[in-house]
Write a protein that binds this ligand. Structure first.
Ligand code: SF4
Length: 353
C-alpha cells in the first residue's frame, strides 16, 4: 500500500466502507437456526401424522395391494422418524452453539439477511474500505457477523494504519451507524460521515422528530418547536450508555401538543457523546451528496468481484481459508485497477522500483 500511495494510486484522504454478503459452500438446507429446526420438525410431524392415517386405512383393507402399501408406508414412516431423531440431535447442537446457529458443510458460515426480500443466504460478510481516488481496495476483512453495525471503527483504524494518512474521512451508509463506533472513529483520528437510521417513532407517526429540538450547550437545555425550554431532569445509565433526560413543564397547555406527544410531556434523551453525533450530522448537512459519492466509490467493487466468482462465490470452507480466497480476489482487483489507471509498463516499472 505504501507503494500505491507513492505512485499516486491511492490518496488516503477519503475512503468509503461497505460490506457485502458472499455465499459460502453451505446450502440453506444445511444451516440450522432454532426457527429453521422448529419448522422442519413441524413438517416432519405433519408428515408422520399423515402417513399414520394412511397406514390406518390400509390396515382395514386385507388384500395384497394393501399389504404392499403398508410395507411402503412403514418404510417412509421409519425414514421420517429417523429424520426427527437427527433433527433433535441438531436442535441440541444449535442450543449449545454460542450464536445458536449450526452450519454443517462450512461450520464458520452463517445465515445472513440481504437487502432483497427472501434472498437471505448462508455465507460471509466481506468488509472493504475503498479509496476515493482510483477506487482501489485499501483494507478488507471477511467476517461471519451478519450486520455492519460494529465494523466502522475497525475498518477506519486499519485504513489509517495502512495508508499512514494524517487525516482520514470515512463514508458509510446508515447500516454502520452506531454512536459508540462514531466516537471510536473520532478517538482514532478518523472523521466518519454516516447518516442516522430513520427510527424515530414520533417522526413516523407524523409528530416532531428529535431533530426538531435544538440543543443549547450554554444552558444545557433543548428548545422545542413551540419555543419552550426543555430542562435537564436526570441522568441515568442504560445498557452501558450514560443518558440524560430533558422536558418542559409547559407541555400540558401547549397548542402544538398533538403534533408532539401523546404523553403528559415530551421527553428528549441525550447521550453523553451526543455532541459527536451532532457534529457528524452537520458534516452530512454540508455534504448533501455524501451517500451518492459513497455509492460511486464502493458499490461497483463488490459487483465486479462477485461477477468474477460466479453464482456460488466462495470455493473454500472455514473462515481462515475463505479470508485467503478473498485476499486473492482483492489482489487481482487492485492489480487490474492499477493497470487501468497507470498502464502495464508504468506499473511494472513502479513495482521494479
Ligand atoms: S408539547 Fe411540550 S415539547 Fe412539545 S412542542 Fe409543546 S411545549 Fe414543546
Amino acid at each position: 500500500m505504501s507503494l500505491c500511495r507513492e505512485i499516486g494510486l491511492i490518496a488516503g484522504v477519503t475512503v468509503a466502507v461497505d460490506g457485502s454478503r458472499f455465499k459460502a459452500v453451505n446450502t440453506r438446507d444445511k444451516n440450522y437456526t432454532p426457527g429453521a429446526i422448529r419448522l422442519r420438525m413441524e413438517q416432519a410431524d405433519a408428515s408422520i401424522a399423515r402417513y399414520l392415517g394412511m397406514l390406518d386405512t390400509a390396515d382395514r383393507q386385507e388384500d395384497q395391494v394393501a399389504e404392499m402399501r403398508i410395507s411402503r408406508l412403514s418404510e417412509r414412516l421409519e425414514a421420517l422418524r429417523r429424520q426427527m431423531r437427527e433433527l433433535q440431535t441438531t436442535e441440541r447442537a444449535v442450543a449449545d452453539a454460542p450464536d445458536h446457529q449450526v452450519s454443517l458443510t462450512d461450520p464458520d458460515a452463517r445465515a445472513m439477511a440481504t437487502n432483497g426480500k427472501g434472498t437471505g443466504m448462508v455465507g460471509y460478510n466481506v468488509q472493504a474500505a475503498v479509496d476515493a481516488k482510483h477506487h482501489l481496495i485499501v483494507v478488507h476483512e471477511v467476517t461471519n457477523v451478519g450486520h455492519d453495525r460494529s465494523q466502522l471503527a475497525n475498518m477506519a483504524r486499519q485504513t489509517k494504519e495502512v495508508t499512514g494518512a494524517d487525516s482520514l474521512t470515512v463514508l458509510a451508509d446508515r447500516g454502520y451507524f452506531s454512536g459508540e463506533e462514531v466516537v471510536a472513529c473520532e478517538a482514532a483520528g478518523v472523521t466518519p460521515i454516516v447518516p442516522k437510521p430513520l427510527t424515530s417513532g414520533a417522526k413516523a407517526d407524523g409528530r416532531f422528530g428529535k431533530q426538531d429540538f435544538i440543543y443549547q450547550p450554554e444552558t444545557d437545555t433543548y428548545r422545542c418547536p413551540a419555543g419552550e425550554q426543555l430542562i435537564w431532569r436526570f441522568t441515568t445509565v442504560e445498557n452501558g450508555l450514560t443518558l440524560s433526560r430533558y422536558w418542559s413543564s409547559n407541555c400540558g397547555t401547549c397548542a402544538m401538543k398533538a403534533m408532539c406527544t401523546p404523553s403528559k410531556q415530551r421527553r428528549i434523551t441525550r447521550w453523553e457523546h451526543e455532541a459527536v453525533i451532532e457534529a457528524m450530522q452537520r458534516r452530512l448537512d454540508e455534504m448533501p451528496n455524501a451517500m451518492r459519492v459513497r455509492r460511486s466509490i464502493v458499490e461497483h467493487v463488490f459487483g465486479t468481484i462477485k461477477g468474477w466468482m460466479g453464482r456460488d462465490h466462495f470455493r473454500t470452507r472455514r473462515l481462515a481459508n475463505v479470508a485467503t480466497e478473498m485476499s486473492l480476489h482483492v489482489l487481482a482487483y487492485n492489480l487490474k485497477r492499477a493497470v487501468v489507471v497507470l498502464g502495464t509498463p508504468a506499473l511494472m516499472a513502479a513495482i521494479r522500483g
